[in-house]
Design a protein around this ligand. Structure first.
Ligand SMILES: [Zn+2]
Ligand SMILES: [Zn+2]
Length: 221
């Protein structure tokens, strides 16, 4: 579905996958679980574009519901994969990620393995990926990032903050490495000017999204 001119959410994938038009190129934000690639390719083609128009695949963090189809999408599009420096080794399979706190998920994470994908671009706070600005928003994971489309006033927040069932919430505690850092990242996000918040799960928050995130952060103190 089209969110605003130039920004789309690929339907039927969890976590959420977004497609950003950037001149004649496309930027893919996150890739959902493994085996979601067909839906992305179909969506790209329905826009009248080719998979090879995707020049960049940006991953908001290393969790499997965001990087699951990254390898396959890289193969199909020839795009570069970009990840924050603190999550890059997990995505590339060079380092085992920290174990989840919750026992059930600990067991699950030993069964469901993410297919590693080569990282082409290691990101830092304030970097630019095409038209998007990288904002380091750690806490949920060390290398969690948000991405801001300044002109379109859209913030992509990954799992740092979400809008779901009419409520703004922070990241789920059992999947989150450091809740203090996560809270601080919600504050950081709220200092930017955006009208629409697009998260890794849940629905778009609009309008006046940055003010709404600010109000939400005030309830955390
Ligand atoms: Zn996550
Ligand atoms: Zn997630």
């Amino acid at each position: 579905m089209k969110i605003v001119e130039g920004i789309h959410q690929v339907d039927g994938i969890n976590g959420n996958v977004y497609l950003v038009e950037d001149g004649d190129k496309l930027i893919l934000i996150d890739t959902g679980l493994p085996r979601n690639y067909k839906k992305m390719i179909k969506y790209i083609e329905a826009l009248g574009r080719k998979p090879t128009d995707v020049s960049m695949i940006v991953l908001t963090h290393f969790h499997i519901d965001h990087v699951g189809s990254a390898k396959k999408m890289k193969e199909l599009t020839n795009a570069k994969v970009a990840v924050h420096e603190f999550d890059a080794d997990y995505v590339a399979g060079k380092k085992a990620p920290p174990k989840p706190k919750n026992l059930m998920f600990k067991a699950l994470s030993s069964i469901v393995k993410t297919e590693p994908v080569e990282v082409d671009l290691v990101l830092k706070d304030n970097d630019k990926v095409g038209r998007l600005i990288v904002i380091h928003t750690p806490g949920h994971s060390e290398g969690s990032i948000s991405l801001l489309d300044v002109e379109r006033k859209v913030m992509f927040a990954g799992d740092a903050v979400r809008f779901m069932d009419d409520k703004i919430t922070g990241p789920p505690e059992q999947f989150t490495l450091d809740m203090d850092k996560a809270r601080n990242s919600i504050r950081k996000i709220s200092t930017f000017d955006f009208d629409i918040l697009l998260s890794g799960h849940g629905q778009p928050l609009m309008p006046n999204a940055s003010q709404k995130v600010k109000d939400f952060y005030a309830t955390l103190k």
